[in-house]
Design a protein around this ligand. Structure first.
Ligand SMILES: [Zn+2]
Length: 304
């Protein structure tokens, strides 16, 4: 064999091997990615530095369609209140990573409906939390059993909370206003945790899916700066009397585009307008971020 022919043969063989190797690598990558896409991405992220924590208190109403997922950050600490439906948990986890959240200090689940607790399993497994906090109802055993249904088997501590308990998040305080200890509420929406978040002289009220029945019991809250409008803007909440009592400047509504429930209802929107609130909706604007900094409230539309 002449040296020229030998070189030609060797070149052809290498080219085939190269093609074969590339094809195998692509197939392996596709297979691995399909099977463990999220796990790989999570692993890769471990090596990325977290962005520096933002100053002040921020409330993020993450756009999860027809559901609710809220993130609170303050002084490098973070808490979630609800996690949206199971189908949007990947977006929620991605959002947490983007915000620099590597582990939550608290995960509050306002009530065990899937548009609030559905993403909790994924958030607990892929982000983690120091503690999962749920409302108590019927009995502690029933509350823990229900949490087990949606969060699965976990080593994460689960705590039952009730009105009067307080949590510290950086320099912010989170006070539970509802439900009371030993309640006998059987309407899951009315079981929703109601949380008052206070920071720098500003007050933010988070209400889950409570109806007017709970609003009537929540007397003496006084004016708030920001309201998470109850139950995605349903007409069964946001009663005129309640809005008059709390007089919110900013009203945030989490709901899906053209959802089957007609949320938010026109009557709710007009009550909020009459109460003098500026209304922001995730179905129209995407993820909403309210930041309290140096006594000021800044509104940011995350998708812009
Ligand atoms: Zn809901």
């Amino acid at each position: 064999m002449s040296p020229k022919k030998h070189r030609k043969f060797a070149g052809r063989l290498n080219w085939r091997r190269l093609l074969g190797g590339l094809l195998a690598a692509c197939l392996l990558l596709l297979l691995t990615t399909a099977i463990r896409q999220s796990a790989l991405r999570d692993l890769a992220r471990e090596f990325l530095p977290a962005p520096a924590p933002q100053a002040g208190l921020s409330l993020h109403m993450v756009d999860v369609g027809q559901g609710q997922a809220l993130l609170l950050t303050c002084g490098g600490k973070s808490a979630m209140v609800d996690t949206g439906l199971p189908g949007t948990s990947n977006e929620v986890v991605n959002y947490l990573w983007k915000q620099g959240v590597r582990r939550l200090d608290y995960l509050f689940v306002t009530h065990p409906h899937s548009d609030h607790c559905g993403g909790a399993k994924d958030v607990v497994e892929r982000i983690g939390t120091q503690v999962l906090i749920i409302p108590g109802y019927l009995s502690e055993e029933a509350a823990f059993a229900t949490a087990g249904d949606w969060v699965g088997k976990t080593d994460t501590p689960i705590a039952i909370t009730h009105a009067g308990q307080q949590y510290t998040l950086g320099e912010a305080t989170i006070t539970v206003l509802h439900p009371a200890a030993g309640n006998e509420i059987d309407d899951m929406n009315d079981l929703s945790l109601v949380l008052l978040v206070e920071y720098g002289g500003k007050r933010l009220l988070l209400t889950g899916d409570i109806t007017e029945a709970v609003e009537q019991k929540l007397t003496g809250i006084g004016p708030v700066d920001v309201l998470q409008v109850p139950h995605h803007g349903s007409y069964t909440s946001s009663s005129a009397a309640f809005l008059e009592e709390i007089s919110p400047d900013i009203a945030l509504i989490s709901c899906g585009k053209n959802n089957d429930y007609g949320h938010p209802h026109d009557v709710t929107l007009s009550r909020l307008e009459q109460a003098g609130a500026e209304i922001y909706r995730t179905d129209q604007l995407g993820t909403l971020v309210v930041t309290v900094q140096e006594g000021q409230i800044l509104m940011k539309i995350e998708n812009e």
